[in-house]
Design a protein around this ligand. Structure first.
Ligand code: FIX
Ligand code: ZN
Length: 416
């Protein structure tokens, strides 16, 4: 028995967290066969939409003028304003520096040209290997949208599997803008009309089956507004009930609902222009209760939804909550949410995902989250030791493997 005492506890937890190979359950990364859809390198890091939002706190140029700049010019502006004229302690700015430091570059030099030279000497493939090794991420789940023309072309003509990149079928256009996309399905050979009649619903199910199969999708996913309601007299609710949930059951895959994103509150900022709102927990309760043979992965964007979401997860074994999503992916909120979840759910949660849009971000998003989750876990284990519980090192490693990978795969494979 390798019993861990309080003196050794921190070392054991930190080492186990550092060692665990992560399954990142939600990202916007792409395998190399998707070409330029995969973003990487310092200019992509600097122009990540989180930093675009922050730079516009300082600059008064018209939005269009920024978007007409080259990527390099945008990065130059962001570097100047957010890193040189102001201290870069926001989480998104700090993340850029964590990546550069993780690569062994001298962050103290503030030499953007030197950083660019470093990346210019890399190929995407060799850099990809380096990032996966440095971040100790073993696999990432992509966000795969068949309605994206570039992405669909790759799936139909040139897709090449890479075991590090797992597919998830993203269906926002189908659910959120049916009136605009039904004609696309018709063009692709599905016998659909805007009217959700019997034939249309069967053809939508065929579309979902064919793409879930083509992608070998491990879940279907959708981002939903704070106003999302179900049941509801809407095309979204009909398609969810008649098409999405039945096909998810057929494939035994979860539906991942990412609830609370308020799109384009400031359209001029484009991707950076989204905000959030508090959503209805009753909708999550209703779906879990009334579809006991469906599996739901849920993350919510509002801090105010987090406690009730953790409580609802206590009520339904077909619900797995995951991640500190987007505006919640900040140290103070990761700490708060992780403590709340560990206290209410124990080990049965997926505490984090990266949402990485730029390959390099795997380095910082996971370095930052590992630190915080390790500190919370240490406190929880210490509480146990102080009341006489005996903990073995392999039990600590068992729990951490579940939190960072196995809980996800067990849930994906779970038969209800
Ligand atoms: O809907 C989503 O998958 C969101 O994560 C994105 O739309 C968002 O822009 C993002 O990348 C947040 O981290
Ligand atoms: Zn995302």
């Amino acid at each position: 028995m390798n019993i861990v005492g309080v003196k050794k506890l921190k070392t054991v937890v930190d080492k186990a967290i550092a060692d665990v190979e992560i399954t990142d359950v939600h990202t916007h990364l792409y395998a190399s066969c998707f070409g330029d859809m995969l973003l990487w390198g310092v200019d992509e890091l600097l122009t990540y939409h989180y930093l675009v939002a922050e730079v516009f706190r300082w600059v008064d140029i018209p939005y269009q003028q920024f978007w007409e700049m080259s990527k390099r010019e945008q990065a130059d502006l962001i570097w100047k304003v957010l890193f040189l004229e102001n201290s870069p302690y926001s989480e998104a700015c700090r993340g850029v520096l964590t990546v550069l430091n993780g690569l062994g570059l001298d962050v103290g030099s503030r030499d953007l040209s030197a950083y660019r030279r470093y990346f210019s000497e890399k190929t995407m493939e060799e850099y990809m290997d380096q990032v996966f090794e440095l971040s100790r991420v073993k696999e990432v789940v992509m966000t795969n949208d068949p309605f994206d023309d570039n992405e669909r072309k790759v799936w139909l003509e040139s897709y090449k599997a890479d075991p590090r990149f797992i597919a998830a079928l993203r269906i926002d256009p189908l659910l959120n803008t049916w009136d605009q996309v039904w004609m696309k399905l018709k063009d692709w050979g599905y016998h659909v009309e805007e009217d959700l009649n019997g034939t249309t619903l069967e053809e939508i199910r065929r579309f979902l089956r064919e793409w879930a199969d083509r992608m070998q999708a491990v879940y279907m996913a959708v981002s939903l507004p704070p106003t999302f309601a179900f049941p509801e007299n809407s095309s979204r609710a009909v398609i969810i009930e008649e098409c999405v949930l039945p096909v998810c059951r057929e494939f035994n895959i979860p539906l991942a609902m990412m609830i609370g994103a308020k799109k384009r509150v400031n359209p001029g900022l484009e991707l950076a222009g989204d905000s959030l709102g508090k959503s209805s927990i009753e909708t999550v309760e209703y779906m879990c209760a009334n579809y006991p043979y469906n599996k739901f992965m849920v993350t919510m964007l509002s801090r105010e939804n987090q406690h009730e979401l953790s409580v609802v997860a206590r009520k339904f074994r077909n619900l797995m909550i995951f991640g500190c999503w987007w505006f919640l992916n900040n140290p103070s909120l990761i700490d708060e949410m992780t403590r709340m979840r560990f206290e209410l759910l124990g080990v049965s949660v997926i505490p984090q995902h990266s949402d990485a849009r730029v390959l390099d971000q795997l380095i910082y998003k996971w370095a930052h989250s590992r630190r915080i989750i390790a500190d919370v876990l240490f406190d929880k284990y210490k509480d146990l030791l102080e009341i006489g519980w005996k903990l073995e090192e392999n039990e600590i490693r068992r729990d951490i493997e579940k939190l960072f990978s196995q809980n996800f795969w067990d849930f994906v494979k779970k038969k209800l």
